[in-house]
Design a protein around this ligand. Structure first.
Ligand SMILES: *Cc1c(COP(=O)(O)O)cnc(C)c1O
Length: 426
């Protein structure tokens, strides 16, 4: 028991010695949330990129209420239910052609763990047990569980402290060619990827990547051509291609999935964050027939030994279905294009911002924008400063970014960009 009236809640990524009392959120509406005491903040991050419809969306709230009245939860082991079946069908319909099988789990990290286990077991079942390591990219972020930490950037990925505890995998350099790069620039990135595959393909089960946008590792953006080249390399070296679309999925890059920019179907794709509109934790790992078929066989080894208690939770599936319906009926891709126009106009084309000595680069993709600075110190105090102006910003290291809810109006988007730019003018 604690003697003070300090909350026993242990906050993520926080220095316990220097952290301050976290403000208490009591509600929200659209892109805004409200704090105890009445302060209202415009959320530039939509709560770690998942609240794509904003807070308290009436259709999402009532979808949960309706489902709660019928069935809150039942195990998916040996049983099924309508919301899981319908959501799986919808995900197969909207994802790249060929991803026809859906394994549910409860978070993005676990969805990635499922993807990696699937890839290792796939090769094992095909008689290639030595292919049991992953190939990941520098700047990657795939989650905070042990298996995921091992495929995050080993130096800057927040987890270097755990190096001795984690299995060893392979890493290729992060792509450097930007979204609109010419073929020559992309060819250099692909040559670096090929070099690692040539040396180690005999033990590599899968190449993992956050397609087009390495998010938590510094909002690094690359070209759709890189995805196409990676697909070809994976086929050449008998390596599965896994797209971690936990952050990029559901419109963040301007298309429904980042894979859609490239016309590429990965062998395995992981979705979470925006899947439920952020209203409940859930994830889906999709696989192609080729992967799925390897698991059809007579030995006990053929079963996929994974089964999170809450996989396919009916409340999560029901709200995910409603989220998808709203996304399509309200033409969110058009809204995202509108938000991108504001981000381009207000941030990328701002010459004073680009010329500021602390600024390295300003870039956007879909409903994402980042001002990359030279050092984290250039952003010290920015969150408090933004809050004074009614905007919730939370930089990652030396990256000041926004990933707003898609319901953010162009005027509110300008309020966010004004605060981001204002920091460098103050
Ligand atoms: C957030 C994130 C994860 C981890 O998801 P959790 O739900 O936090 O476990 C994995 N991959 C990417 C790309 C992410 O952005």
């Amino acid at each position: 028991m604690t003697s003070s009236n300090r909350s026993p809640v242990w906050h993520p990524y926080a220095h316990l010695k220097t952290q301050r009392q976290a403000p208490k959120v009591i509600g929200g509406e659209g892109p805004y949330f409200t704090l105890e005491g009445g302060e209202t903040l415009l959320d530039a991050t939509c709560s770690w990129w998942c609240m794509i419809h904003g807070y308290r969306h009436p259709r999402l709230v009532s979808a949960i209420q309706r489902q709660a009245d019928a069935l809150c939860h039942v195990m998916l082991g040996g049983l099924t239910h309508e919301p899981a079946d319908r959501l799986a069908r919808e995900l197969v319909r909207i994802t790249p052609a060929g991803l026809d099988h859906v394994f549910f789990s409860d978070s993005g990290s676990v969805g990635m763990e499922v993807a990696m286990k699937m890839a290792v077991q796939y090769h094992r079942l095909r008689g290639r047990p030595e292919k049991h390591r992953m190939l990941s990219l520098m700047k990657a972020y795939h989650g905070d569980t042990a298996g995921c930490m091992a495929v995050c950037d080993p130096e800057e990925g927040m987890h270097s402290l755990f190096a001795g505890y984690l299995p060893r995998h392979h890493f290729a350099p992060a792509p450097t060619a930007p979204f609109h790069a010419d073929d020559e620039a992309v060819a250099q990135d692909l040559a670096a990827l090929r070099a690692v595959l040539e040396r180690h393909h005999h033990e590599i089960a899968a190449l993992l990547m956050e397609p087009l946008l390495q998010a938590a590792g510094g909002l690094n953006m690359t070209s759709p051509r890189y995805l196409q080249g990676a697909r070809e390399l994976c086929d050449e070296f008998d390596v599965l291609l896994v797209f971690d679309e936990v952050a990029t999925g559901f419109g963040r890059t301007g298309r429904l999935f980042a894979a859609d920019h490239a016309g590429v179907t990965p062998d395995i794709m992981v979705l979470s964050k925006g899947l439920t509109g952020g209203y409940l934790g859930h994830a889906a790992t999709l696989a192609t027939d080729r992967v799925h078929e390897a698991f059809i066989g007579d030995s006990p080894m053929h079963a996929f030994m994974h089964g999170p208690t809450f996989m396919g939770n009916p409340l999560a599936c029901a709200v995910a279905l409603e989220s998808l319906a709203v996304f399509e009926e309200e033409a969110y891709l058009g809204r995202i294009a509108g938000l991108n126009r504001v981000l381009e106009e207000e941030l990328v084309r701002d010459e004073a911002l680009a010329a500021h000595p602390a600024v390295v680069e300003v870039r956007t993709l879909g409903a994402t924008a980042v001002i990359e600075t030279r050092a984290a110190a250039d952003l010290a105090g920015v969150a408090d400063w933004a809050r004074e102006q009614g905007v919730w910003l939370r930089p990652i290291g030396r990256w000041l970014y926004t990933m707003p809810a898609y319901v953010t109006s162009p005027d509110d988007m300008r309020r966010i960009t004004a605060v981001m730019k204002g920091w460098f003018r103050r």
